[in-house]
Every structure is written in C-alpha cells, then in structure tokens.
Design a binder for this molecule. Structure first.
Ligand SMILES: [Cu+2]
Length: 316
C-alpha cells in the first residue's frame, strides 16, 4: 500500500526536476560504525505524515544490537520493551542475552519542524564489515502512519525505495584494534598514535582505560621506543587558550570509570621523539600504573588526520 506521504512524494517528484527523496527519509545522522563498538544513533525525523504532526516514533532494535539505551527527550514520554535475544553476546567479558527490543517516544512534532531521537547501542560482532543493519522505524501521526521498514534486496539501491528503514553500515576498523588487554582490574583498549611530520619532537598516544576494580588506580607514566620519556597530559584553559600540561600525580582512573585518552582531551605525550611515526606502523611500549604496575601495549599508528592537538605549541 502506498502511504499518503509516498503519494505526496511522487507528486513532488513529478513537479520538480531535482528530486532528492533521500533527504526526506528518516535516517541516522551517522550511518556507519565498526563491529564491537558502541554507537550513538541519532535518528532524524524530517517531517510528519502528509502535513500531520508526528505523535509517536517507534524504533525496532534488530538482533545483534545490544546494550541499547535511549536518551530521554524533553516533552516526550519514553518507553522501552525488553526481551530475550535470539542468542547471547559477549560485551566487555560479560554475557548478555536480553535487553531493549523496541523504543517508543510519544509526544508531538509539527510537520513543519524537524527533530532528532537519540539512543546508544552496541553493535556486536554478529555483523561483518560490508553489511548494513536496518532499524525499522514507525512514525505514527494523527491519522496516518509512516512505516520506514523497507530493506533493499541484494544489490538494490536503497534510494529507490519509497520508505526505506534507516540503516547503519558496518565498516572494518581503520586499523584492526588489538584485543582488550587486562591488567589487574584494568582493561586497556585500542592504543593508537598518530603519524608525525618529519622532524617532530613529540607524538601523541591515545587509548581507553576501564577500571573494573573497587579502588582507584593512576596512570603515572610508561615508555615508548625512541622517546626519552612519556608524559600524561591534560587539557586546561590558560586564560582564553586551551593548552596541554602534565597531569600532576598521574591520571586517576576511578572505580567503575572509563577514561578515554583522545585527541583534544587527555593524552599521552611521547617526548623527544627521535624517529618519525608513520601510518600503519605498530609500536610497542609500556604503561605504568600505580597499582596495576607495568603493562605492555602496542600502538597502531594512524594517519595524521585533521584535528590533532597541536604538539608544536607545547610549553615545557
Ligand atoms: Cu601533550
């Protein structure tokens, strides 16, 4: 059955030479992720049903997507349905076999307005790079219902569908991340570094550290080949300027917390680098924690990218 909006879209397409139906579809702001990663899904609702306001937005969670947490939205009632998964999944070393299967937001969104509905979800390794995961979405309006549930057949262009389900494409991690490493109560994930320009004296180190213990631990240093030392840096405002500076007494990882060292935030600094870091390289180093002790890590060197913290502006 052709919904009223689809008929409207066909009329619109007939009237205008430049038809961009994809823009009018329900879609995700970011439409790709990697297996075994947590994804922030931002569902975009661009219009109501043929002029009517949207009163409900329902999202069906496909099998293989776990640890779903919708974000509450001011003015909207939020409900979830939970159920058993078809099979069990491993998430951070724990087995999960049930969780959210449906999310429903109830409120009102005028046809003339646009809004976004957010949830967090973990993509398990049930999906391989190249696959697209479709989330059926039903938009209920005063009289009509828009069902964004169509899934393209193999080889079919999803843009040709009238009401495609929004999808998220699975891509391989830029560089296959090393398996999570356990050190005492700490889990260390995805150490990486950035390629450095020729002659650069410093490099950055990034990773994620989770403390599953009951006591805080502190990252106090480490070693890196061809660097005279490692510093743990944080970003801090100095007047109007954001600068990096060494963290006094080491970086605390509180019990239950995950600390992400990343560009533009806290990071490791490899000082007095004597060798350039090149993309694709892996470099072995160590991290030293107050309680967990010395941990061997292997950094994957990624491309220089655009938004690196400016290491040349260092003040030491
Ligand atoms: Cu720094």
């Amino acid at each position: 059955m052709l919904s009223s909006r689809s008929r409207g879209a066909l009329v619109a397409a007939a009237l205008t030479a430049v038809s961009t139906p994809a823009l009018a579809h329900v879609s995700f702001e970011t439409a790709q992720t990697t297996p075994n990663s947590t994804f922030k899904a931002v569902l975009r609702i661009p219009h109501g049903c043929d002029g009517q306001p949207t009163l409900k937005v329902r999202v069906r969670i496909p099998e293989g997507i776990v640890a779903v947490k919708p974000m509450p939205k001011a003015g909207w009632k939020l409900e979830t349905t939970k159920g058993a998964y078809v099979r069990a999944y491993q998430v951070h070393g724990e087995t999960v076999s049930e969780g959210v299967t449906d999310i429903v937001w109830t409120g009102s969104l005028d046809d003339g307005f646009y809004d976004e509905f957010v949830f967090q979800a973990r993509f398990t390794d049930a999906f391989q790079p190249g696959a697209t995961v479709y989330f059926p979405v039903v938009q209920e309006c005063e009289k009509d219902t828009e069902e964004w549930v169509q899934v393209p057949a193999a080889g079919e262009d999803p843009h040709h569908l009238a009401s495609p389900a929004p999808g998220v494409k699975i891509v391989a991690a830029a560089n296959a991340p090393a398996a999570a490493q356990h050190a005492g109560t700490l889990i260390i994930e995805q150490p990486w570094s950035r390629a450095t320009p020729a002659g650069a004296k410093v490099g950055g180190g990034y990773l994620r550290i989770t403390n599953n213990g009951k006591e805080p631990d502190r990252l106090i240093g480490g070693s890196f080949p061809n660097a005279s030392r490692i510093e743990v840096h944080e970003m801090a405002m100095e007047g109007d300027i954001m600068r990096m500076k060494p963290v006094q007494g080491g970086l605390e990882i509180k019990p239950g917390a995950t600390v992400e060292l990343k560009p533009g935030a806290g990071h490791l600094m490899f000082m007095d680098l004597k060798q350039q870091l090149t993309e694709g390289q892996t470099v072995k180093g160590t991290l030293v924690f107050e309680k967990a002790g010395t941990v061997n890590v292997e950094y994957t060197v990624r491309g220089m990218g655009g938004a690196a913290p400016a290491p040349m502006e260092h003040k030491h």
